[in-house]
Design a protein around this ligand. Structure first.
Ligand SMILES: Nc1ncnc2c1ncn2[C@@H]1O[C@H](COP(=O)(O)OP(=O)(O)O)[C@@H](O)[C@H]1O
Ligand SMILES: [Mg+2]
Length: 401
């Protein structure tokens, strides 16, 4: 999958020839009948459980505000994967369904019998249901549930398990994008992948960096533990302690040079034939660091949605996004995080395989400026994106004795 870096000239020719989509308002055809049904898989066993609940709550409350004639699809079931016992409970949707009922299920006020995920998947497959996967983080976004869905032959938004695990692994994904684009087009921060046995080497690296460093888990989400150390030499003990804490939840951590400058996020929708770019978000925080606290407390971040069409720098950023998104087998949607340094260099941070769909998340804001609601997004995905098809695994050949 990893290709050799093309020359800058070739890459810029490619980027210049890319058609940038205009942000025209998305509209479902008027009077369209509810022709298909959708079910949701949410909750999960990762630290991003709460985000998954909030994503579903936002979707269902948006759905409930629509009259029945306006609803582009019907909701069949909501499958809640419990973080307490790892079992799935099926919440049926009905005409009088309310958010209070959803909350009662999630907070175990209503307790239904649970089933294991493989058994649930077999039942879903036998009913030919279309599943929107809202499991964020570990197991939900890292190829875990995608593999199980592929083995069960499930239809839905799971996508390719290998691509999910590539994008969730920040180190692997950064290595991939740096092999795709030359460094005068896009850079990745100098990074050490740290294992528990490599902490001393990581500390030496941190001390050699000119300026601040960032320590973060390689594959947890929600910016948990992501920390900037202004003075790596004076912070050695704190860095060691943080790494020890990260290793309780993740096998590897990243130690990275801090990139000063501005932060941007680029969202896209991926259809069977094209990548549709959404308006770009500029993320502004007091400390210039979009960490866990900034993400999860209100009022600590301003997300400005920008029109990239008449801005050369943002045009470069969106072209890079398109180039990365079209170079791996992404399905449905994705969101890419970048920094742009004061000398206008673009730095890749990460790819989010299942962007948060909470009311105040960045992705729904991008969608709104594109003229699309989360309900229209689901409808678009179900009708425009490709369905992942597992290749045959067995090729018959003879082994000579
Ligand atoms: N190398 C870096 N330089 C500057 N800021 C960084 C760097 N790495 C992470 N950050 C900050 O930490 C935030 C979270 O890091 P990111 O790599 O996007 O992971 P996640 O969002 O999964 O926690 C970023 O949005 C950014 O503000
Ligand atoms: Mg991020």
């Amino acid at each position: 999958m990893i290709s050799q870096p093309a020359s800058s000239h070739q890459v810029w020719q490619f980027l210049k020839n890319v058609n940038v989509h205009k942000c025209k308002r998305f509209r479902l055809p008027k009077g369209r009948k509810m022709t298909f049904a959708v079910s949701f898989l949410f909750g999960g066993i990762s630290t991003e459980y709460d985000s998954s609940i909030s994503s579903l709550t936002h979707i269902i409350s948006s759905y409930l505000t629509l009259s029945r004639a306006e609803r582009p699809f019907s909701v069949k079931h909501m499958y809640h994967l419990s973080r307490v016992d790892g079992l799935v409970r099926t919440i049926p949707f009905h005409n009088a369904f309310t958010i209070a009922e959803l909350q009662a299920h999630v907070s175990d006020i209503i307790i239904l019998p649970g089933r294991s995920l493989p058994i649930t998947f077999n039942t879903i497959e036998s009913h030919n249901e279309y599943i929107v996967n809202l499991l964020h983080g570990q197991f939900g976004e890292d190829g875990g549930v995608q593999t199980l869905a592929a083995l069960s032959g499930l239809k839905g938004t799971f996508g390719d398990p290998d691509v999910a695990s590539l994008t969730m692994n920040k180190f692997a994904m950064s290595s991939f994008v740096s092999s795709l684009l030359p460094s005068d087009v896009m850079k990745v921060p100098k990074t050490r992948l740290v294992r528990p046995q490599g902490v001393d080497d990581a500390i030496r690296f941190a001390k050699s960096v000119d300026g601040s460093v960032v320590v973060k888990p390689n594959s947890l989400g929600a910016s948990l533990f992501a920390t900037r150390f202004h003075d790596p030499v004076a912070s050695e003990i704190d860095i060691r302690n943080l790494l020890r804490e990260i290793f309780k939840y993740d096998n590897t951590a990243l130690l990275q040079e801090f990139i000063p400058g501005d932060e941007y996020s680029c969202g896209c929708l991926i259809s069977s034939s094209d990548v549709v770019l959404l308006p770009v978000a500029k993320i502004e925080t007091a400390q210039n660091f979009f960490g866990h606290e900034e993400k999860h407390s209100s009022g600590l971040v301003i997300e400005r949605i920008l029109d990239y069409e008449n801005d050369q720098l943002l045009g470069r950023l969106t072209s890079i996004t398109r180039r990365i998104a079209s170079s791996i087998d992404l399905y449905n949607m994705a969101r890419f995080d970048f920094r742009i340094s004061n000398d206008r260099e673009i730095w890749f941070l990460e790819c989010n395989y299942i962007p948060g769909l909470m009311k105040n998340s960045i992705f729904p804001k991008m969608l709104r400026h594109h003229g699309m609601t989360v309900i229209e997004l689901i409808s678009w995905i179900a009708s425009h994106s490709r369905q992942y098809e597992r290749k045959k695994h067995f090729i018959e050949y003879e082994i000579s004795e």
